[in-house]
Design a protein around this ligand. Sequence first.
Ligand SMILES: [Zn+2]
Ligand SMILES: [Zn+2]
Ligand SMILES: [Zn+2]
Length: 446
Amino acid sequence: MSLRSSAIDTTTALKNTSGVLTLRDSGYLSREPSVISIDSSSAASEAAPIQTPTVYNGILQRKEGSIVAKKSRDPAVQLTDARTLPNQAMLSDAARASVTAAEYAIQAAFQAKLQSVKNVEWENHVDNTAPSLNFTFVSDFVLGEGVYRPEADAHVGCETCRPNMGQNIGCEYPRLCACLEYAAVDENRLQPGDQARYVQYQKDQEDDGYLADSHGLPKRFPYQRSKDPQVPSTLMKFYLESRYPIYECNLNCNCGPICKSRVVQKGRRVPLVIFKTANERGWGVYCKEQLVKGEFIDTYIGEVLTNEATGRREMLSAEDRASYLYSLDKFIGDDPDNDLTNETCYVVDGQYMGGPTRFINHSCEPNCRQYTVSYNKHDLRIYDLAFFAVEDIPPRTELTFDYMDKDEEEEEIVRKKREKDAADPKNHDKRPCNCGARKCRGYLWE
Ligand SMILES: [Zn+2]
Ligand SMILES: [Zn+2]
Ligand SMILES: [Zn+2]
């Protein structure tokens, strides 16, 4: 997982226009295939160039999750000088509307949307706003055009595993479980006879990355579970601290449902609350219950798009959009055919569809982190982005993760860089990070 670092560069198209589409802007947009189709034919047919920026009071249509403006053919529709917005008609309409009634209607509409989501509430003790209604709660990835994902019954499972193997530890029997084929090798359990294999494995790892052949070597199991059923499974320290992918068992494994390697696939069990933050950081998320270090919280879901489709959407978007895009790029370099690149990997877009984790805020010193979890070891393109607590988190504490995934940096180094960046005038247009952490890097994006 990594954030699309290119997101900012491609969103500057509309930035300097104060929200106004000028003719020059429409020309810029038309160079790229895009979901926006601004009809500029009237401009081309004018003999004299139009001096003032104008917008049509035209027809808005929904298309691929975006709003497309079309020119009206009705001669009664007037051109509006975009520099004088809002115009007189808009202002008199607004004066007649009841803001409070509208806010309550929006709140009720958001509440109705949330009804379908189990164990998630929302609250706002700061103002009367609700999260955007241009967002739909979904329970799984929604595949966009050109995105392919194998069905769950096609996953390769650990067919030779039995729940009682290895003195009843099942898939934890670290050399045998086929689901752990690409899991991290456990150096602590190497036997003298493993040495030659291990040396070869290390060489292969340099060539093949996460998919190095580690057949027969002991592997690191991802989770530990207490005998007390009330205590949640937790991610092992090695995985919590490393970026190694986590492999869970699947539908086609013979270990059965009691296997300890089934955590993220069972979904969220903790109650979450989406709330309005008091310090201008928009909406945030907290858990009503205590979370323990290593506990699974929820996954990040949304529309899965091709990179191309993401690029088209980015042309239309504001800067904040980058916060909702995650490239599924974990396995780039591991693909034997080298088909998987930064250009061909899929992107998860949580802006318009997703789950409650879409509202989790950034912090430079977060209490959660996002991990790669796969149930299908041969699928390098689609896997889960799973949030785990990286420390014990008391109830009602805001959950955060690092959008830039760099929270391991030393505090002293971060402080020096922050002070240097703050003094550099070229950073003054950047979006400040208000996370308040000692390790705050100062700006949300690089
Ligand atoms: Zn197994
Ligand atoms: Zn398995
Ligand atoms: Zn298993």
